[in-house]
Design a protein around this ligand. Structure first.
Ligand SMILES: NC(=O)c1ccc[n+]([C@@H]2O[C@H](COP(=O)([O-])OP(=O)(O)OC[C@H]3O[C@@H](n4cnc5c(N)ncnc54)[C@H](OP(=O)(O)O)[C@@H]3O)[C@@H](O)[C@H]2O)c1
Length: 293
């Protein structure tokens, strides 16, 4: 679905998408680019790696599980794409610094970065009073890791006067769903970081997109029984959003539900508190979140 955030693309992307591509068969702007994708060992990142490589980019795959990362790399290469695997742990500062050093030494710069690796926690505050580590762990992987990686790659992007950073966040930053305080706060931090970084890097032609995704059927949501019958996108559909974000460089990509919730949270916040409370009480914490298994 095309939404307001999708229209906020760069002028060059607008002309290519809405004018030139209607009259000539243009190559993807990803052709020949170096694109780093974190969390590429499964789910959305894996699907995005295939989709981005199919458009002619060299994909640099990042995650912790070396075996899975090498499997994805081999599958991309077998399909005719270019891919390299870089095992790294985004919650470990030394690991991120080593990743940045290795990639810059081998490639000079990264043209585009997809901060996709992440971790979700769904647990009420009621079961979180003695679980400060939930908040620390989500911030480590969803905020500090991508920020450290972005800071490492940004100077080379700014020097070459081209770069784009895509953050895979969640529609939760707009909806502010109960039971997701740790997860949504960490994704909101990254969302805000990108908006401000984009303003500072504006003159250097380095841009940022926040993708505020709804549910996607991956391993991440498998543990939550409440999602078994919920509508969800496929990883391939989510990957198409990543490609769109890289090609058109919009400020945000959102769902209609997320955008409407964002507006309602602004104009009627107390009403939305009540609606969210009623809605979330239909989907209690899982037994795992309650600490029962
Ligand atoms: N699924 C959804 O409904 C949904 C909705 C909105 C947003 N998202 C976001 O989409 C992104 C991808 O999630 P997914 O649904 O595709 O789940 P997934 O299949 O569990 O993928 C998560 C990826 O992150 C990597 N990762 C986790 N911790 C890491 C660390 N410390 N260092 C490096 N890599 C790490 C994992 O690889 P390793 O384990 O190999 O490290 C894995 O490749 C996440 O940021 C998530 O918050 C998902």
């Amino acid at each position: 679905m095309s939404l307001p955030g999708n229209l906020l693309i760069t002028p060059r992307a607008f002309v290519r998408r809405h004018v030139l591509s209607r009259v000539v068969d243009l190559p993807s702007p990803l052709a020949g680019r170096t694109v780093m994708i974190t969390g590429a060992s499964s789910g959305i990142g894996e699907a995005a790696a295939h989709a981005v490589a199919a458009r002619g980019a060299h994909v640099l795959l990042v995650a912790r599980r070396t075996d899975e990362l090498e499997r994805v790399r081999d599958e991309v290469v077998a399909a005719g794409g270019a891919a390299s695997a870089y095992p790294a742990d985004l919650t470990d500062g030394d690991s991120v610094d080593a990743l940045v050093a290795a990639v810059l030494a081998e490639h000079g710069s990264v043209d585009m970065l997809v901060n996709n690796a992440g971790r979700s926690i769904r647990r009420s505050l009621e079961y979180s009073y003695d679980r400060m580590h939930d908040f620390e762990r989500t911030m480590a992987v969803n905020y500090f890791g991508p920020v450290r990686l972005t800071l490492g790659l940004l100077p080379a992007m700014r020097a070459q006067k081209f770069g784009h950073v895509v953050n895979v966040v969640t529609w939760g930053v707009q909806i502010k769903a109960p039971r997701f305080a740790a997860y949504i706060a960490s994704k909101t931090a990254l969302d805000s970081f990108a908006r401000i970084a984009g303003r500072e890097a504006y003159a250097d032609n380095v841009t940022f997109t926040n993708i505020r995704l709804s549910l996607v059927r991956t391993g991440m949501i498998a543990a939550t029984d409440a999602y078994d019958r919920s509508p969800a996108r496929t990883p391939e559909q989510a990957a198409a959003w990543v490609v769109r974000a890289l090609e058109d460089r919009p400020l945000t990509i959102s769902t209609a539900v997320g955008s409407i919730a964002e507006v309602l949270n602004l104009v009627a916040p107390r009403l939305m508190d009540a609606v969210a409370w009623v809605g979330s009480s239909r989907f209690p914490d899982s037994s795992a979140a309650r600490g029962e298994r």
